[in-house]
Ligand binder design. Structure first.
Ligand SMILES: [Fe+2]
Length: 146
């Protein structure tokens, strides 16, 4: 169970970092097609934000404490902060890379969850994987001919 709790905490910290990164890009993107990218990043962060409370509570349901500080997030997350202001294409490419990292960490968490027969949690994690696949589709499509 400890391996599952650890994987879940890493996945949650990564998801929170992914949320912050999408907000960072939503707030700071610039260019003549500002609104298009502002909305793309906005759509992504809103989807993640809607899931974050359930994610945190699911970790409590597994009997673990939910990481809930910037220090813990940076210790655990596989998604790194972006401290520079990037151009819009670099933002899209970076968020796509981060989303691929998310699917990797979610997949590992799903496997652990199934090992411990925590099927309710597996179901939640499968939903997060699917949501990231959708983000990837939108990000990848925005990069085409860009
Ligand atoms: Fe906004």
């Amino acid at each position: 169970m400890e391996e599952l709790q650890k994987a879940a905490r890493v996945a949650f910290a990564s998801e929170y970092s992914f949320l912050l990164k999408s907000q960072n890009f939503h707030w700071n993107v610039e260019g003549p097609d500002f609104l298009q990218y502002h909305d793309l990043f906005g759509k992504i962060y809103e989807e993640v934000q809607d899931s974050i409370d359930d994610f945190a509570e699911n970790i409590r349901k597994l009997g673990a404490y939910t990481p809930a500080s910037f220090q813990k997030f940076s210790m655990l997350a596989v998604v790194d902060d972006e401290n520079n202001i990037l151009d819009k294409t670099a933002m899209v490419a970076e968020l796509l890379e981060d989303s691929l990292k998310m699917v990797k960490v979610l997949k590992l968490t799903f496997q652990r969850s199934d090992e411990f027969q925590e099927y309710g949690f597996s179901d939640f994690i499968a939903g997060r994987m699917d949501a990231h696949r959708k983000h990837q589709w939108m990000l990848r499509s925005s990069l085409k001919n860009g």
